[in-house]
Design a protein around this ligand. Structure first.
Ligand SMILES: Cc1cc2nc3c(=O)[nH]c(=O)nc-3n(C[C@H](O)[C@H](O)[C@H](O)COP(=O)(O)OP(=O)(O)OC[C@H]3O[C@@H](n4cnc5c(N)ncnc54)[C@H](O)[C@@H]3O)c2cc1C
Length: 426
């Protein structure tokens, strides 16, 4: 299959870059490793500082991308062996088996109802369970079921329940040759693993959650009816946010500021005040970086609404018998002394990490990365989307932490650079 541009990664950056190029008349192949496009944005509640609904912005982009006549979307696929020959990138797309015939599945979810297996749902960030055959999430695109073969017991219940006869356990991995004149890398970021900060007890203390888990609790498709603490299902009334959990942290090998944690924590605090009007919310922070348009006003408004901000360094968290948590912290702004505070739910505002999986797509020459393992633009100031490889561009958080508006700008820039290159090649 021949394309003008291969876009790797179907988050908001990959969608935006694909749509920009396709709307200029170029043929695009978008390869996403997950079951659905949408990236992290489709899992967010609302976006700062406007509090617009994230899914309401994301879903039209997802379906426009999926239905565009000049974009071919391949999900649950990975790119391999890309190398440049005669000005073209040749390689292959590895199509992994879903064990469901994509063309026949109607997304009715009868297979899901029939499946007896229950495992943790990665799309709800492990807060609740899902079946071994499942539609990844309600607004998934494409809305096609997949069998989690690792947990499937091969009982056959889904096969019997499927009215379209779409379950197919004979599917095998396939390698499909591809050819593209340019490449855009939009593989995004990874979430910092909250359990790596052992002193905060994530994974050990049930009422310590991370910020993506809180995002999920604040969306309309949330796992519970309201915000609950996972330990005992109680509605929390004294919630702490702990900022810079795994960012600006040399001890964790991540000295970079994640650019979004201050603002998404402030956003979540405002949303929590709506969801749990009686709850007290305290944000423990090093500095508040409210650098974008309207950010300072959003921060000021949140203070005025009654959220407490404590400038501090939290050393560790301990747990009480009733599941409440004690924060041991240094009161940086006032006394400089070690203090403790009790909360019934703690949210770790986890940072962003580089996703180096794009390296597996290339054979031989690789796009250069910087000292933080993000793709390094060949000229950060003048051409932020150009990489060290001819015809290869980078979009969004694959080049460093950034928020959604900056990701969209970056994707537009990558598409413009790719279009100029493609026109020059003609
Ligand atoms: C808790 C939290 C809340 C946030 N809230 C906000 C907010 O309110 N406002 C805001 O502006 N920003 C917010 N952000 C930041 C926002 O998530 C990012 O700016 C945005 O998602 C970046 O989009 P992206 O497309 O670059 O990356 P991603 O969303 O990470 O998308 C990357 C895509 O590439 C795919 N992929 C990865 N590797 C491969 C591969 N090798 N091959 C094929 N596909 C691959 C992934 O599966 C994914 O679909 C928040 C972040 C967090 C953690």
């Amino acid at each position: 299959m021949q394309y003008d541009t291969l876009v790797i990664g179907g988050g908001i950056a990959g969608e935006e870059a694909s749509l920009s190029l396709a709307n200029m008349g170029f043929k695009v192949l978008l390869v996403e490793k997950d079951y659905s496009i949408g990236g992290k944005m489709i899992h967010l509640s609302k976006v700062f500082p406007t509090l617009d609904c994230s899914a309401c912005i994301s879903t039209p982009k997802m379906s426009e991308t999926d239905r565009h006549p000049d974009i071919t979307v391949m999900t649950y696929c990975e790119v391999r062996n890309l190398s440049r020959t005669n000005g073209r990138y040749l390689g292959e797309v590895i199509k992994k088996p879903r064990y469901v015939k994509e063309e026949d599945c109607t997304g009715c979810q009868l297979c899901e109802d029939a499946c007896p297996v229950n495992v943790q749902d990665q799309y709800q960030y492990d807060l609740v369970g899902r079946k071994a055959v499942y539609i990844p999430f309600s607004v998934a695109s494409p809305r096609i079921a997949a069998v989690d073969i690792e947990h499937c017991t091969l009982c056959g219940a889904c096969e019997k329940a499927c009215p379209a006869d779409a379950i197919d356990f004979t599917q095998k991995e396939m390698a499909i040759p591809i050819e593209a004149r340019s490449v855009i890398i939009a593989t995004g970021y990874l979430l910092f693993d909250a359990a790596a900060k052992k002193q905060y007890g994530f994974g050990k203390f049930k009422n310590v959650v991370h910020s993506m888990q809180m995002e999920r609790q604040l969306v309309p498709t949330r796992p519970y009816n309201t915000v609950l603490r996972p330990g005992d299902g109680k509605m929390p009334d004294n919630i702490a946010y702990l900022l810079c959990a795994g960012s600006r942290d040399h001890s964790m090998g991540n000295p970079l500021c994640s650019q979004v944690c201050c603002m998404y924590s402030i956003k979540q605090a405002q949303l929590l005040m709506g969801a749990l009007p009686m709850a007290d919310i305290t944000i423990y922070y090093m500095d508040i970086r409210a650098f974008g348009k309207g950010f300072q006003e959003f921060y000021d408004q949140t203070r005025e609404m009654g959220v407490e901000f404590v400038k501090s360094r939290v050393a560790r968290i301990s747990e009480k018998e009733n599941g409440n948590l004690i924060l041991h912290y240094e009161d940086v702004e006032n006394t400089g002394k070690p203090l403790t505070a009790e909360h019934d739910l703690v949210v770790l505002s986890v940072g962003l990490l580089p996703n180096t999986s794009f390296q597996e797509a290339f054979k031989g020459q690789q796009p250069q990365t910087n000292e933080f393992n993000y793709i390094s633009p060949s000229d950060e100031l003048i051409s932020p989307s150009l990489t060290s490889m001819e015809g290869v561009y980078v979009a969004g958080t694959a080049s460093g932490p950034m928020d959604i508006p900056d990701t969209i700008l970056s994707a537009g820039n990558a598409a413009a650079e790719a279009a100029t290159y493609l026109n020059y090649l003609l």
